[in-house]
Design a protein around this ligand. Structure first.
Ligand SMILES: Cc1cc2nc3c(=O)[nH]c(=O)nc-3n(C[C@H](O)[C@H](O)[C@H](O)COP(=O)(O)OP(=O)(O)OC[C@H]3O[C@@H](n4cnc5c(N)ncnc54)[C@H](O)[C@@H]3O)c2cc1C
Length: 382
């Protein structure tokens, strides 16, 4: 048994775990605390690319791989240039984030990084005990990024959609892309009649990450992602000759499942497992930065760390959108086209960051005028 009793243990050194660990490290209030990070993987693989928007300089600029000041939205017969100023859209490779986090955590005297898989947690009145494959660890409070198994197995009435995607980093011999401009959504090539689109993130004139994404209840056959990517590149983008340098694939839950109900007195769920992913968009990188700061504020005020996190009116809007996408998946294109067509990107980013006023929310919501949307809205108030 590990002999140290830690003040805090963080399970998982992924997006949320590293954000939280570094936020604690950067705050002098935690300098005398003993903090354990326990992670089952070595985190040496670039397993995802994070994109997010922010105004001006940001905390992760030293790790940012590429950023854009211009963006575009495409649907059949419609192209909208995004008015993004003062935002920039930024891309960060997960491997750079993991390496930076791991190096800093390993160098900090009051932090310990242990490679182990947590199998069980025993809660008592005074703290929690973690049972790992290779050891046992004691902590006053645990931050846990493991998703509760009920999310995958339990039959209940919560909506469970999947944001699933496959992307290729394509390379060309001749200059082809504009590295100053990205495409946030392009509905000109879809899978059947589903809510599905491509996006294009050029990082140089000869290189871009092109990803095909669906917001649907189920996955599709593996070769269909490749077929659509190829058709999109050749027929829509007009790129006939390219090589594939890297492949990225992933699934993000888009769900009304109440992850936050899994918090306990000595345990706070974080990341996807703590509802930090915005259910309607799948974005969570910036939430992880914001909510880590909220946890720090709560700890300093002796409040439960989860206080005030991911429980607000924006979740109601998310439920609404998921309800429509579950029952009328074909409406996604119309909804997103209305949203991008009738609002500035600046306003949409502010809304997705949960920083708009109720009046601003209503203005954005009023741009969705389709009958099924209004029906779903009515259902929410029944
Ligand atoms: C391919 C992909 C691309 C994405 N792109 C974006 C994007 O562009 N922008 C955005 O905002 N969001 C994006 N997301 C969504 C979201 O930001 C990520 O899923 C994010 O990594 C979630 O953070 P997390 O900490 O909850 O989970 P993770 O980052 O997956 O971290 C969980 C960690 O816990 C560890 N772990 C699990 N079980 C145990 C155990 N029993 N014991 C010890 N350790 C354990 C895992 O090994 C892992 O390191 C993307 C997701 C994927 C999958």
């Amino acid at each position: 048994m590990d002999s140290i009793a830690y003040n805090y243990a963080i399970i998982g050194a992924g997006c949320a775990g590293i954000h939280l660990a570094l936020a604690m490290m950067d705050d002098p209030a935690f300098k005398d605390m003993q903090i354990l990070i326990i992670e089952k993987e070595h985190k040496e693989i670039n397993d995802r690319t994070w994109c997010f928007w922010e105004i001006g300089a940001g905390k992760w600029d030293h790790l940012v791989y590429h950023s854009w000041s211009k963006g575009k939205f495409n649907a059949p017969g419609k192209t909208k240039q995004l008015e993004m100023h003062p935002y920039r859209y930024k891309m960060l490779r997960s491997i750079d984030f993991y390496r930076n986090g791991k190096t800093r955590i390993k160098a900090a005297p009051n932090f310990q990084w242990i490679n182990d898989s947590v199998e069980n947690i025993l809660e008592s009145e005074y703290g929690s005990q973690l049972i790992g494959n290779s050891g046992q660890y004691q902590a006053d409070h645990i931050f846990d990024s493991r998703i509760h198994p009920d999310f995958y197995t339990k039959k209940d009435s919560y909506t469970r959609l999947l944001q699933h995607f496959k992307g290729w980093v394509v390379e060309t011999e001749e200059d082809f892309f504009d590295p100053e401009e990205f495409v946030i959504m392009d509905f000109r090539k879809k899978w059947n009649n589903s809510t599905s689109f491509n996006y294009v993130l050029p990082t140089s004139k000869k290189r871009a990450l092109v990803e095909f994404t669906l917001f649907t209840p189920d996955l599709i056959p593996e070769d269909h992602y490749d077929q659509i990517l190829k058709q999109y590149l050749e027929d829509i983008v007009g790129l006939k000759k390219f090589s594939i340098a890297e492949v990225e694939q992933g699934i993000i839950p888009m769900s009304t499942f109440p992850f936050h109900q899994q918090h306990q007195k000595h345990l706070t769920k974080i990341g996807t497992a703590g509802s930090w992913v915005r259910p309607s968009s799948g974005y969570s990188f910036k939430n992880a930065e914001k909510y880590s700061q909220q946890i720090i504020r709560n700890l300093k005020k002796q409040k439960h760390p989860s206080t005030g996190i991911a429980k607000n009116r924006f979740r109601k809007y998310d439920i609404l959108l998921l309800d429509i996408l579950k029952n009328k998946n074909e409406l996604g294109e119309e909804l997103f086209t209305s949203m991008f067509g009738k609002n500035s990107a600046k306003q949409i980013f502010k809304f997705l960051d949960e920083e708009t006023s109720i009046i601003e929310d209503l203005k954005i919501i009023s741009t969705f005028r389709s009958k099924p949307f209004l029906q779903a809205l009515m259902n929410q108030f029944k």
